[in-house]
Ligand binder design. Structure first.
Ligand code: GLU
Length: 472
């Protein structure tokens, strides 16, 4: 391996749904790895927190990555490695630090420490530093932080930060049962995997001086650090899974296109420098520079993402659009029975829908009325459209539509005549008819829709709505 080969890693913990922030980190790492011939993107699953990990989340990580085009089959991809498979290596690393005098065992309890320092909040006071304790069940292993000097963390995004070593406590690297703690496992794995760049979320910043000390203690040159800015919601609060929609899977299930998501996520904390925001991943990948990532928090603007998605939807060839919609035309999304679905009819509506929807999941509601036996009345639409005079409009329209040509144009003329008869504008007159036929006040162009539904069904629906109005 030449010395300057870039090896980045993405190190998720399988503790829940795949977070959009994780997706952003993965994409930035992926871009850095792919920019260099021979560069590698290592996937390491940090699965040592037994209480919180679940194996099914590992599949979730792999499928989410592949949804954003980070594929195991790409030669850049390496792994997945599992942190839990290197427990021995991590233990050996802790023992080595002890052997070299860079770590020591400690049997202080929390209570004793609080009593000595007089505070709940002070770090470890170094009581066991020179007691020369050997390992015994229950004794933690602490890293001997140098007394003097400074640890300088060079971060591509945040610049250089100096941490006086005297302010870094002798932190625990292995628990009383000998198990390495997260900071140690993470650093030991990075070293073992030859990682050159650690590109991760800002929430890990506080671990960085400790991890750098560990790299140095192992005699390995520390990696290039890059801490990505925190992602916030419209209230400038850090995105949280309890409050915000953060799971990549949820966006995919609603019908955000992977390409639109990838494009949008690449712009969270970074920009190409010109105003061209919508562009394919390949272009973004070439333009991406870690040095240009912002320090300031990145606003996850769902409205903007949705607008991106609309653009991506409109740019699809019709065939691809139809294919992309498939998932929402089937159970559990589709409310009609599979045999009620008609491919040819759908194609006609798809073309009309493609210019109007912003997330693919909306397609179901744009077309359901066509495949269901009855109009799926939406209550709010009904109340809004079925005001005084609605039955008159329905009756006049029915009369005009029951004979003559069945084309969008003729249907429009018929409704126009009905509207004129009652002194209404076409828009006003359309509302009750639209609700009678499709169940909703908004939707695809009315006359094209009615043409597809056919005379018999349309007239039946008008009758059904008129009947309902009488009974109300
Ligand atoms: N496993 C950590 C997490 O999911 C990442 C640690 C790292 O990137 O160094 O937050």
């Amino acid at each position: 391996m030449p010395d300057d080969t870039i090896r980045v890693r993405f190190a998720p913990s399988p503790t829940g749904m795949f977070h959009v922030g994780g997706a952003r980190s993965a994409l930035f790492n992926w871009a850095v790895a792919r920019q260099q011939a021979g560069g590698r993107f290592v996937l390491r699953i940090e699965d040592t927190d037994e209480a919180r990990n679940r194996p099914e989340w590992v599949d979730g990580i792999l499928s989410a990555l592949s949804a954003i085009h980070i594929n195991e089959s790409d030669p850049v991809f390496e792994g997945p490695y599992f942190q839990s498979h290197n427990t021995e290596g991590q233990r050996e690393a802790t023992i080595r630090l002890h052997r070299e005098g860079k770590a020591y065992y400690c049997d202080c309890t929390r209570e004793e420490l609080v009593k000595r320092t007089g505070s709940q909040h002070l770090g470890y006071d170094g009581f066991c530093r020179d007691r020369g304790l050997n390992y015994q069940e229950g004794r933690a292993l602490r890293f001997r932080t140098p007394d003097e000097g400074v640890t300088v963390v060079n971060d591509v995004v945040r610049g250089s930060t100096q941490f006086p070593n005297s302010a870094i406590e002798d932190f625990v690297i292995a628990r009383g049962n000998g198990n390495p703690v997260f900071v140690l496992a993470n650093a030991a794995d990075d070293i073992r995997e030859g990682i050159t760049h650690v590109i991760r979320g800002e929430e890990h910043l506080s671990n960085t001086p400790k991890q750098q000390l560990l790299w140095e203690a192992f005699g390995v040159e520390p990696p290039i650090w890059a801490h990505l800015p925190v992602i916030v919601n419209e209230k400038r609060q850090k995105l949280s899974k309890r409050r915000d929609k953060v799971a990549l899977e949820d966006y995919l299930a609603e019908g955000y296109l992977p390409d639109a998501l990838v494009n949008y996520l690449m712009l969270l904390g970074w920009g190409p420098g010109d105003n061209m925001e919508i562009r394919p991943y390949d272009e973004l990948e070439k333009l991406f520079r870690l040095e240009d990532v912002n320090k300031a928090s990145a606003f996850f603007d769902v409205k903007k993402l949705t607008a991106f998605n609309g653009e991506y939807i409109r740019a699809l060839p019709l065939e691809s659009f139809i294919r992309a919609c498939r998932r929402w035309l089937e159970p559990p999304y589709a409310p009609w029975a599979p045999e009620q679905f008609d491919e040819e009819q759908f194609r006609v509506l798809a073309e009309l829908a493609q210019t109007r929807i912003t997330v693919l999941g909306e397609i179901t509601k744009y077309v359901d009325w066509l495949f269901l036996d009855q109009a799926p009345y939406d209550e709010a639409s009904w109340t809004k459209a079925m005001k005084a005079g609605a039955s008159d409009i329905l009756a006049s329209t029915r009369e005009r539509w029951s004979a003559g040509e069945w084309t969008a144009e003729a249907l429009k003329e018929g409704l126009e005549a009905a509207a004129a008869e009652h002194g209404l504008k076409l828009g006003k007159a359309q509302a009750p008819v639209r609700v009678a036929v499709t169940g909703r006040t908004v939707g695809l162009p009315l006359f094209e829709s009615v043409e597809i539904l056919g005379r018999e069904k349309t007239l039946n629906r008008i009758d059904a709505a008129a009947g309902k109005l009488v009974s109300e």
